[in-house]
Design a protein around this ligand. Structure first.
Ligand SMILES: NC(=O)c1ccc[n+]([C@@H]2O[C@H](COP(=O)([O-])OP(=O)(O)OC[C@H]3O[C@@H](n4cnc5c(N)ncnc54)[C@H](O)[C@@H]3O)[C@@H](O)[C@H]2O)c1
Length: 251
């Protein structure tokens, strides 16, 4: 049994929502969900297929390498040029090769952290500057992971990014309260391209460790993101919301 989705019409009416890594997976589902709830959506991705997603939802696409600080600033500028403001900035893109440290190269580490730490930090920086400048409230959503909380084998560089994302989220929340909230989402196993390469026998073991006995769909993460960014979640900041089918509950 998978979850059913209930988009809230008008909940994000005319808010400007920037989603990084919005061409696929969780980012794509978030782009679609926020558009369904009335937001004006800017999709940022390295992959041009983000343009098709944007067309389908009446949003905009800006080809962006989130590891390039100038490109991230250009993304913010393009968003303001298209939509006039930024209300919600969602750092979500990631690029990772999963290996233990003795097999991982420094170049791979730089790519993983370039998107997953520097890219998130730069995204938050341009978003906060814009939100402060427009004198309004804002929300920064950061996609973290259950690996922000626990270790798993073979993920040292990726886990470093997800630990950093959680720490950065706390800091942003403290610095910019009460006007700008910062909240992390910590997904468990989500059925996207990111897990497609996992061999079937390994996946059986992964699912066996999840009490919910399944991966979640990206739309389930999008439903959470839409709530987190809404006014109903106005007291939620500086924390992470875990969506993991009770994976972490086992301990
Ligand atoms: N899928 C899971 O099981 C899972 C679990 C926990 C956390 N997450 C997190 O969720 C987020 C989204 O992951 P996903 O599962 O949807 O993956 P995905 O591979 O489906 O999507 C990632 C997107 O990021 C884009 N991207 C890659 N490098 C980029 C760059 N340099 N600049 C801009 N865009 C870039 C890709 O083109 C792609 O569209 C990530 O932060 C990931 O760490 C995923």
């Amino acid at each position: 049994m998978t979850a059913r989705m209930f988009p809230v019409p008008g909940r994000h009416q005319d808010r400007v929502y920037v989603i990084t890594g919005g061409a696929h997976g969780i980012g794509r589902a978030c782009a679609e969900r926020f558009a369904e709830e009335g937001a004006r959506v800017m999709i940022a991705d390295l992959d041009d297929r983000g343009a098709k997603v944007a067309d389908a939802i009446g949003g905009a696409f800006h080809k962006t390498d989130m590891s390039d600080p100038d490109a991230v600033r250009a993304l913010a500028d393009a968003t303001v040029a298209s939509f006039g403001r930024i209300d919600i900035w969602h750092n979500n893109a990631f690029s990772a090769v999963f290996k233990p440290i003795h097999e991982q190269t420094l170049e791979e580490f730089d790519t993983i952290t370039g998107v997953g730490i520097r890219g998130y930090w730069m995204g938050a920086k341009v978003a906060v500057e814009q939100m402060r400048g427009q004198g309004g409230k804002g929300v920064i959503v950061n996609t973290a992971s259950v690996q922000s909380f626990v270790g798993e084998k073979g993920f040292s560089a990726y886990q470093a990014t997800k630990g950093a994302v959680l720490a950065m989220t706390r800091s942003l929340a403290i610095d910019h309260a009460p006007d700008i909230r910062a909240v992390a989402i910590a997904p468990g196993l989500i059925a996207t391209n990111a897990i497609k390469g996992i061999p079937d026998d390994v996946m059986e073991g992964v699912i066996a460790d999840i009490p919910a006995a399944r991966a979640a769909q990206p739309e389930e993460v999008a439903a959470l993101a839409a709530f987190i960014a809404s006014d109903e979640a106005d007291y939620m900041s500086g924390t992470a919301v875990i969506l993991d089918g009770a994976y972490l509950a086992i301990g």
